[in-house]
Design a protein around this ligand. Structure first.
Ligand SMILES: Cc1ncc(COP(=O)(O)O)c(C=O)c1O
Length: 418
């Protein structure tokens, strides 16, 4: 008998939207569990990008049709991104090549307001894309860096721990929504409230949360939030939302003819117009998983309610299977398989077999996973895990099936017992 999730979530329809899920390597089906490093794209995203390249390919600002159409593609991309993160206004959306590149750009423009002795808070749970830019600012400006540790039981940043790191001198707090290594999810709303009370700015890395749950920057109460479309079924392009007044007040490096208004002043050179088309199509794809009668924001919320319930089933199965394997130690929450505690990204080490060997052997069996520190450098350091080897990371997306999880576990059992 199908359960509630199976009744509301049509996995066969979802999978049919993604051509790459059908591909095989020398007859072996591909099982994509490398999703935290990048998801597959639905045909609609590839089609939209192709259409943009073939039909609306021009630079912006001209009076001829392709230029006007390209302007429309870009404008629609900002609107889609604003809906995706719940932004009050699409002028608050900055688009760029990657979360890392955008974060360096924003951090560099915030650096002007940092004085020697000011404090910048980073966490031991973050990907280096939300650490290194702030360490660089601190070094350049003579600011003090305060590290917040994650709790070893809840695997997240507890408000009390953050509070201890805040002072009157705190200017910026960089934290993540979900860890790309442990999969744990922070209560960003509570954390950002503390940051606000301390009179500092919050910069939230939502890259790993974005494929799994609806984002609402207004409800979170952050000052900046970053995500990358290639992690949520779109192309390789990233988005930063920033409070309008803040974006207006910053002075990024830019060419002189470029407008001084946001978002243009943060975006160097000609925009990647076809990527804007893909960004819109990715957001529309996600919205299409909910009934069509509502506005896009409401549909995104409804869609994520459904996909996250499905992903929770996948994570539950995966965690239960891993726990049965001798020598496996899961690095993260095991008791709660879903939101708001964790996303379906599950990392582990093994008592005898190296993560790189596990990943390579699984790849030979058609199971795609990552090993290593996955750029969550401080996380593996704090856990005393070998920095180069790191962990094996298995990350599900809503298009994965229970059968795929079972096949991955069976392959893993074979690798570990060989
Ligand atoms: C949590 C997190 N933050 C930041 C990044 C960097 O994103 P980008 O590749 O867009 O720079 C990643 C990439 O894996 C990530 O997982």
């Amino acid at each position: 008998m199908p359960g509630q999730v199976e009744r509301t979530f049509q996995i066969a329809d979802v999978r049919a939207a993604f051509p790459s899920l059908e591909l095989r390597d020398a007859g072996t089906p591909r099982i994509y569990l490398d999703n935290p490093a990048g998801t597959q794209v639905p045909r609609a995203v590839a089609d939209a990008m192709m259409r943009s390249l073939l039909e609306t390919n021009a630079n912006l600002g001209g009076s001829f049709s392709t230029s006007r159409l390209a302007g429309g593609v870009v404008a629609e991309g900002y609107r889609a991104a604003a809906d995706f993160v719940g932004a009050p206004d699409e002028d608050e959306i900055v688009v760029g090549p990657s979360m890392t590149a955008l974060t360096f750009a924003i951090s560099r423009s915030l650096a002007h307001s940092i004085d020697p002795g000011d404090e910048i808070v980073v966490t031991a749970m973050d990907h280096d894309g939300n650490v290194a830019p702030w360490l660089a600012v601190a070094q350049e400006r003579g600011a003090v860096v305060r590290w917040v540790a994650f709790d070893r039981e809840t695997w997240r940043i507890e408000p009390a721990a953050l509070k201890e790191s805040l002072s009157r001198k705190t200017r910026i707090v960089a934290l993540n929504y979900a860890s790309n290594l442990t999969g744990s999810v922070n209560d960003v709303r509570a954390l950002c409230e503390l940051v606000r009370e301390a009179g500092a700015l919050s910069y939230v890395d939502a890259v790993q949360y974005a494929p799994h749950g609806a984002i609402d920057v207004a409800a979170i109460g952050c000052d900046f939030l970053a995500c990358s479309a290639y992690k949520f079924f779109g192309p390789h392009v990233a988005v930063v939302w920033g409070r309008a007044a803040l974006l207006k007040s910053l002075h990024p490096y830019k060419v002189r003819p470029q407008s001084d208004a946001p978002p243009a002043k943060f975006e160097m050179g000609t925009p990647q117009i076809e990527l804007f088309a893909g960004l819109t199509a990715a957001v529309d794809y996600l919205a299409s998983l909910a009934p069509a009668q509502d506005a896009r924001r409401a549909r995104l919320r409804a869609a994520f309610a459904t996909t996250s319930a499905w992903e929770e089933r996948l994570a539950e199965r995966l965690i239960a299977g891993l726990r049965r394997l001798k020598g496996v130690e899961i690095v993260g929450v095991t008791d709660y398989p879903g939101l708001p505690h964790r996303v379906p990204t599950v990392s582990f080490t093994h008592a005898c077999v190296r993560p790189s060997q596990v990943a390579a052997e699984l790849a030979r069996r058609g199971v795609f996973v990552w090993s290593g520190h996955n750029f969550a450098l401080e996380t593996v350091r704090r856990l005393g895990i070998d920095e180069e080897e790191g962990v094996v990371r298995i990350g599900a997306a809503h298009y994965n099936t229970i059968d795929e999880i079972d096949a991955a576990l069976e392959a893993l059992e074979g690798v570990l017992s060989a």
